[in-house]
Design a protein. Structure first.
Length: 149
């Protein structure tokens, strides 16, 4: 067990056998190569992506399908290689998460342009930045004028 003091979660114990490897880290956080997926049933479908390398780094995320049920994942060959896959068609057991963050208006937005994709069987992950502009990195959540609390 790894004990860390998370900025968002407080003191937390994480079983190292269930940590995820992010060979390239996350854009802007390349040193974060070991990340734990922390789930709290009372907050589902929200999850936390907690870095084990930098305890102050913790992202709030949710499955992209909770935001857009018809979301279409697109990945580069390099992203697939990071996950140990040859093609997206052969991909099984993938979890696709959108990182959430506050907007200037006080509402939350979701990054659908660059989802975090986790290959659960291989315990590997990558942030798959799309090469098209089909989705936004600041997809609004909730209705107009719904402030985050």
């Amino acid at each position: 067990m790894v004990k860390i003091l998370s900025k968002r979660l407080g003191p937390v114990e994480i079983d190292e056998t269930v940590t995820l490897q992010f060979p390239a880290g996350l854009p802007g956080f390349e040193r974060c190569t070991r990340i734990a997926l922390v789930e709290r049933p009372s907050l589902a479908p929200l999850v936390f992506l907690q870095s084990l390398d930098l305890p102050e780094v913790c992202f709030l995320a949710t499955p992209v399908t909770a935001i857009d049920p018809g979301y279409q994942l697109s990945m580069t060959l390099e992203d697939l290689e990071c996950l140990g896959l040859e093609s997206l068609e052969l991909a099984e057991d993938l979890l696709c998460l959108a990182i959430l963050g506050p907007s200037e208006s006080g509402n939350f937005t979701a990054n659908l342009l660059a989802p975090v994709v986790i290959h659960r069987k291989a315990r590997r992950g990558v942030q798959a930045v799309r090469i098209d502009s089909r989705y936004s990195h600041q997809h609004p959540l909730g209705g107009e004028g719904a402030p985050c609390s």
